[in-house]
Design a protein around this ligand. Structure first.
Ligand code: IVH
Length: 679
């Protein structure tokens, strides 16, 4: 009885914590107006995790811990939509809008007095979200309009998607069943960041934000989707059990009240001239939005009237997309240049006959990698189609093959590095080609540029021009040479007067005090950016220690897979890098980490062992047990397999115990686990 009461209270507490976390998540991600600190937020979330690890049976699909928690799937299941997911007819300019209006006015006399709502048309991917009793239960892509793909687990990772409505417990009561439609997209900035990360990891980059959003939502592994900064805006009610408002304007407010992210740029207008005016105004304004907008959607506000107007094919008559002229042009490809990145990756770029796209003169565009050129059969001399979307860097769609003269040249990737003339290499299974010459001056310049950048050693005033000067004058042969630069040497360089030399030396001096995580990020190890560097600095006290960590131990750190682990080990094994480290140490650039007390590099007692936990232990919670094992270097998995070394079993163990018996896996109780590390 007492126990039951206790459990009841705990469940209530859990529910309350979930409500709180959902609410703060909404304040942060949707309203952009948090009322607590990130730290306090993490504390709340941790409390939920703690209760849920102790009581796995209490985990619900709408728990905020489930945004990233699920396992990869093998394929997506098809789901039928409750109503057809329609598309929109297009209007290319004001005349098309007037023609649309005149046709409607002939069909129904109410059209003459109607009002409108116009909304930005986000260039993303339509999704359909189902809520039962306020809980997000299923989400699908649009598919063919009748049937889509079930991407629920991926949608859950989107921070602005409410897992439960209303988000605020004081909010209105939602209908028993509610299906809404919205657009999933990625902000332009996040798209560019993602592409640089993919490029750095020598993976294929995405063409544009829309294609990125689609690709990210269709990942079979939800943890990949979670890493993609996807976003959502909701604009339509597809189905509802119960009363819902019958104007678009009210519906947007209604959805917003439940905690759905809804555009703040919807405008209510009373006549067609104002509508056209507003659409024209947005032609330029849209570039200021963080996401790509390819038009405005004009909607008849009275949804009863809109429904009565019916459809033409798949397009409802009551709304139309006002499309902006596509920022697409055709120009000639004059040549193909090749950039050398700091890891030696060669990236081809197009040299173009200068062309104006939406007021910007474009002379160059990326060609991603050599496979892209071959796949698209892009030849030098071709007319190519080029697109610029928002502020995003222009990209090439493909060649116009119909106008070929026969003079075009098929491009052959270089066999030597364009900067140093040394042979280039391609690793099996990778798209990238590399210059592997450790002394390649172009790589060194890029390396320096990275080393001194903001998230790294942050040496103010050392830009690309100075980096080039330092390398070509032989003053700098590796990043460590920065710390032994002398005033007299700098004064020899073009454009260096005393003040400039002193400022640079001061800035370099200041950077000696940067933290270990910044220095790790600055080294330019493949796949090790600011985030991974921060993780690493939590486990090691200095670079000596990091250099001794085995690949296996590196992989046991969350967020580090085999590729990054190997890249780190390779970097430290390279003699040229060892020399850089020696020089940095001698120059006193040798930060120590405060947090790196966990001593991952030292052989720890549980390393090389895999554990599975089941049942309730007398003293340690599930989370504590997991952390204990990980702190001592062990790995914790969810299922018992032949590779499991130990099953840690407590009270009410469940089927894992039988499985462990059948596979002859050693079984430990809490005391046995502590005994393994001599505690
Ligand atoms: S209304 C019948 N509103 O544009 C209603 N669509 O070209 C049709 N889109 O498939 C949708 N932002 O994926 C609507 N504010 C918005 C939109 C929007 C983007 C997309 C949507 C649709 C496509 C039609």
């Amino acid at each position: 009885m007492v126990r039951e009461m206790d459990e009841k209270r705990q469940i209530e507490r859990l529910e309350e914590l979930r409500r709180e976390v959902n609410f703060h998540n909404y304040r942060y991600h949707v309203l952009d107006d948090p009322v607590i600190s990130d730290y306090e937020f993490d504390l709340l979330l941790n409390k939920i995790r703690q209760i849920e690890t102790d009581h796995p049976g209490w985990i619900t699909t709408d728990s905020p811990t489930q945004r990233v928690g699920s396992q990869p799937t093998e394929r997506f299941i098809r789901v039928a939509h409750p109503a057809p997911i329609l598309s929109l007819a297009n209007a290319f300019g004001s005349q098309d809008v007037r023609t649309w209006y005149e046709r409607l006015a002939k069909l129904d006399e109410r059209v003459a007095g109607t009002d409108y709502v116009i909304e930005p048309k986000i260039d993303g991917l339509s999704v359909v979200l189902h809520y039962r009793e306020g809980i997000f239960v299923q989400g699908a892509t649009r598919g063919n309009g009748q049937v889509g793909e079930d991407v629920t687990i991926n949608l859950r990772t989107i921070p602005t998607l409410p897992l439960r409505i209303p988000v605020d417990s004081k909010g209105p009561v939602p209908p028993q069943y509610l299906v809404v439609r919205g657009e999933v997209f990625i902000n332009k900035k996040d798209f560019e960041d993602l592409n640089s990360r993919l490029q750095e990891a020598e993976k294929k980059t995405y063409l544009n934000p829309r294609n990125t959003a689609a690709g990210s939502l269709r990942q079979l592994d939800p943890s990949l989707t979670a890493s993609r900064s996807l976003n959502l805006l909701v604009y339509e009610i597809v189905a509802a059990e119960g009363e819902v408002p019958n104007t678009q304007l009210e519906r947007l407010a209604y959805l917003r009240n439940f905690g759905f992210p809804v555009t703040q740029y919807a405008v209510h207008l009373r006549n067609l001239d104002d509508v056209i005016n507003e659409c024209e105004n947005w032609a330029q304004r849209r570039y200021q939005l963080p996401y790509e907008v390819d038009g405005m959607v004009i909607k008849i506000n009275d949804l009863e009237l809109a429904t009565d107007l019916g459809f033409v094919g798949k397009d409802p008559r009551g709304a139309i997309a006002y499309k902006y002229p596509s920022q697409e042009v055709i120009t000639q490809l004059l040549g193909i240049g090749v950039n050398v990145g700091r890891t030696g990756v060669l990236t081809p770029y197009a040299i173009l006959e200068p062309v104006d796209i939406g007021g910007v003169i474009v002379k160059q565009a990326t060609l991603h990698n050599f496979d892209f050129i071959a796949e698209k059969d892009i030849r030098i001399g071709d007319q190519v189609r080029l697109k610029r979307a928002g502020e995003v860097i222009p990209y090439i769609i493909g060649p116009v093959t119909g106008t070929r003269t026969g003079e075009e040249l098929v491009y052959k990737p270089p066999s030597v590095c364009p900067a140093c003339g040394q042979p280039v290499e391609n690793l099996p299974g990778e798209v990238a080609w590399y210059c592997v010459n450790a002394a390649c001056p172009e790589q060194l310049i890029r390396n320096l540029e990275h080393f001194v950048s903001r998230g790294a050693m942050d040496i103010i005033g050392l830009g690309i021009r100075i980096a080039k000067q330092l390398v070509s004058s032989d003053l700098v042969n590796d990043v460590a040479d920065l710390y032994t630069l002398k005033r007299v040497d700098l004064l020899e360089l073009d454009g260096f007067a005393e003040k400039k030399a002193d400022n640079l030396l001061d800035a370099i001096d200041v950077s000696r005090g940067r933290s270990l995580e910044r220095l790790i990020a600055a080294l330019g190890i493949r796949g090790v950016g600011e985030v991974v560097a921060t993780d690493l600095a939590r486990y090691v006290v200095d670079l000596d220690m990091l250099s001794q960590v085995t690949v296996e131990n590196l992989e046991s750190i969350e967020g580090i897979g085999p590729n990054i682990g190997q890249a780190i080990a390779d970097w430290f094994a390279n003699p040229a890098n060892k020399k850089v480290l020696r020089k940095l140490k001698a120059a006193g650039v040798w930060p120590r980490s405060e947090a790196g007390k966990q001593e991952l590099g030292v052989e720890r007692s549980l390393s090389k062992h895999t554990f599975v936990i089941t049942g309730t232990l007398p003293n340690l919670s599930r989370q504590q047990t997991k952390e204990f094992i990980q702190e001592h270097g062990g790995k914790v998995k969810n299922t018992v397999s032949k590779k499991t070394n130990y099953l840690v079993a407590g009270k009410n163990p469940g089927s894992k115990l039988e499985k462990a018996h059948s596979l002859n896996v050693a079984i430990l109780d809490e005391g046995g686990l502590l005994g393994l590390v001599g505690e």
